[in-house]
Write a protein that binds this ligand. Structure first.
Ligand code: FAD
Length: 277
């Protein structure tokens, strides 16, 4: 398949990108790693009139740990996240291996994945789990949107067509966090993904957070407070059942709604056990 006709433009800094997007109009799109956009264009699911290629912008490829947490530049490749183990945020490196295949991880970008807003995408799920902030720049200046408010639905986000994601900030380290998922083949998108974050005191849960992918149009936060419960298999299993009872997943060619519910129960229990370990 070939894409519909479009014009190609290259941007060399963020302001240049914003200016070009404003000039080219609402049908123009940013091109980052191209690992989602180009496939969609080839299938004619996306028909942008113009592409603004941001891959030559310098200085947006970084993971920086500071007193406020971790900052990831929009053009950081999945592979860079996979190979950079940052204390307190090792869940990101561990989760990266679930993303597609090696060549996809070498091309695809952190900002591109967040902008694409696929509800099963590992970075979208973890951004909600770890309560990240998405930093956007546009003609009206910079703004930060909590990841919990960024994903609006099926491939829809709070980003305006004339805005660019420049950074994603993770404010709080999460030493006890994990993401696990199930897909039919290695490298496929998850049918269901489950992520969990725990604060533990001795053998007891102090706080917990569980976020799912693939069970709704955007990452879903599970309403389950495990505070005060023992950090053991029985607690994890019960939390899995609670999560499954709360979701009403879609059915499609990859699995029925009932199958996704069963996966949810099993994967939440597994994610909690991995997070605790
Ligand atoms: C076979 C295959 C398997 C895959 N498996 C997985 C998987 O398991 N998990 C997963 O998460 N992903 C998977 N992907 C997708 C991959 O992770 C993409 O890299 C990612 O979704 C998009 O990042 P990108 O940099 O390639 O963005 P692009 O494809 O270039 O762009 C995607 C969208 O985001 C917009 N955009 C890009 N960057 C920005 C920005 N900085 N600001 C604003 N808008 C922006 C674009 O305009 C476009 O709408 C897979 C892809 C393929 C081809």
């Amino acid at each position: 398949m070939k894409p519909a006709a479009f014009t190609y433009h290259r941007a060399y800094d963020v302001n240049d990108t914003i200016a070009q997007l404003a000039e080219l109009g609402q049908d123009a799109k940013i091109l980052a790693g191209g690992q989602s956009l180009v496939a969609m264009m080839n299938f004619r699911l996306a028909r942008p009139s113009a592409l603004v290629d941001i891959t030559r912008i310098a200085g947006l490829d970084y993971l920086e740990r500071d007193a406020h947490g971790l900052r990831i530049g929009a053009l950081t490749r999945h592979r860079t996240v996979e190979t950079t183990k940052v204390d307190g945020f090792r869940v990101l490196a561990r989760a990266a291996r679930w993303i597609g295949h090696y060549p996809i991880r070498c091309r695809g970008t952190f900002g591109g994945s967040i902008a694409h807003g696929d509800s099963t995408a590992e970075w979208c799920v973890l951004a909600v789990l770890l309560e990240a902030q998405v930093v956007l720049q546009g003609p009206r200046g910079r703004r930060e949107v909590p990841a919990t408010e960024f994903f609006h639905g099926f491939f829809m986000t709070a980003a305006q067509p004339d805005e660019m994601i420049v950074e994603v900030r993770f404010p709080k380290p999460a030493p006890h966090a994990a993401l696990t998922e199930f897909s039919q083949r290695q490298g496929d998108f998850a049918i269901v993904a489950a992520s969990a974050r725990l604060d533990l005191a001795e053998d007891e849960v102090r706080t917990s957070r569980i976020v799912l992918g693939g069970v709704g149009q955007q990452p879903v936060v599970v309403d389950a407070d495990l505070a005060g419960q023992p950090a053991n298999e029985e607690t994890w299993r019960a939390a899995g059942e609670t999560a499954a009872a709360q979701v009403d997943p879609p059915s499609d060619g990859h699995g029925s709604s009932a199958y996704r519910k069963k996966l949810t129960a099993a994967l939440v229990a597994r994610a909690l056990a991995e997070a605790a370990a």
